[in-house]
Write a protein that binds this ligand. Structure first.
Ligand code: GUN
Length: 288
């Protein structure tokens, strides 16, 4: 019988623990705050930011929202980021992506203070992760690893195949699994014979953003399948990057879409923000 990996339940448990940590910090007069910047009116970003706002409210974290018009200039956006970097009452700074096409996304991410980059997208944080000395790790990647550990999936020595090489998911997941001593293959849209690579996976992480691209009959019997994809079909249904119906008859454990990795991402954003608040407390403590 296949195990359904329940991200909703796992994230609920984590969120309770995080809310407790926020409460403890508040008792020491440290009020955790996350700044969320959105530019323009991308409908998906609006939904993501709403989810982040709700998660902050539930955790007791103050959300400082900045919604800028779609024609905001690069200097204006960077000035806002500079101000948030300097604000001691803001612990995490997140600029929702994608930005409108006229803006230089990389330059904006580079501008966020690495100590406040709770998305983990700054080159400093990505570099640290690549070196095996992580500080802030991208939230979805943390969510994937947490689900594997929560379900006691053996990682060390196993063959892990990650499909998708994005900065947000594929690359950091591959780095985390490597740190956990898996043998990792990082595949992408140009990988030759992807079916054969997938068939080798004890652990498969699908994060390429194409509906049901990975066929169920490619899955190695008994494998653990983590599907990061969330794709809306023309008929309105939400599906992952893996063909769930067939895959779930072969896998040992599999995430549903929705209700798998999705809920973990926001929980780890709260986690990273709390980490940033704690680190700020240590930095600001007067030397003795
Ligand atoms: N857009 C889609 N996912 C993310 C994310 O995790 N962080 C940010 N900042 N933008 C995103």
């Amino acid at each position: 019988m296949v195990t359904l990996i329940d991200g909703k339940a796992a994230s609920k448990k984590l969120r309770v623990e995080l809310a407790r940590e926020v409460e403890t910090l508040a008792q020491g007069d440290q009020h955790v705050a996350l700044a969320v910047v959105r530019v323009g009116d991308d409908p998906a970003s609006e939904v993501y930011v709403r989810n982040k706002r709700r998660a902050c409210a539930r955790a007791g974290i103050r959300a400082v929202e900045h919604h800028l018009p779609g024609d905001t200039s690069q200097p204006a956006l960077e000035t806002l980021v500079d101000g948030l970097n300097e604000d001691p009452e803001v612990h995490g700074v997140l600029v929702q992506l994608p930005l409108p096409a006229h803006l230089d996304e990389a330059a904006v991410i580079d501008r966020i203070l690495p100590q406040k980059d709770v998305d983990g997208f700054h080159p400093d944080n990505m570099g640290r992760l690549a070196l095996g000395r992580p500080r802030y790790v991208p939230c979805t990647a943390l969510g994937v690893l947490h689900l594997l550990k929560h379900y006691e999936v053996v990682i060390a020595g196993q063959r892990a195949v990650v499909v998708g090489r994005s900065q947000i998911v594929g690359k950091p997941v591959a780095a985390l699994l490597t740190r956990e001593n898996a043998t990792v293959t990082l595949c992408h849209s140009k990988t030759r014979a992807l079916d054969r690579e997938v068939a080798e996976a004890d652990i498969l992480v699908a994060a390429l953003g194409r509906p049901e691209f990975i066929r169920g009959d490619w899955i190695r019997p008994g494998a653990t399948v983590i599907d990061v994809g969330i794709n809306r079909l023309p008929d309105g249904r939400l599906v992952g990057d893996v063909e769930f119906a067939t895959a779930s008859s072969r896998a040992g454990a599999i995430t549903p879409v929705p209700g798998g990795v999705g809920p973990m991402t926001v929980a780890f954003l709260m986690h990273n923000t709390i980490m940033a608040a704690k680190a700020a407390t240590l930095r600001h403590r007067a030397p003795v």
